[in-house]
Design a protein around this ligand. Structure first.
Ligand SMILES: [Zn+2]
Length: 64
């Protein structure tokens, strides 16, 4: 009897990927898919909030 490998689907392209220790890109099928997913995450999920220009706020008014 041989142990069957766990198979997951690549989150980027949906391709079946064997979950093995030597697969450094799991759950992705390849480095490319991993990079694509990280890029999407960085762009859409972890958007840096827009900072307002401090020089443009009323608090910088001359308060004397
Ligand atoms: Zn893939």
């Amino acid at each position: 009897m041989k142990a069957h490998a766990t198979v997951v689907n690549c989150p980027t392209c949906g391709k079946p990927v064997e979950w093995r220790p030597e697969n450094h890109f799991r759950p992705f099928c390849s480095e490319r898919c991993k990079q694509i997913d990280l890029g999407a995450w960085a762009n859409e999920e972890y958007r840096v909030p827009v900072q307002e220009d401090p020089a443009n706020t009323p608090e910088n008014d001359d308060a004397t």
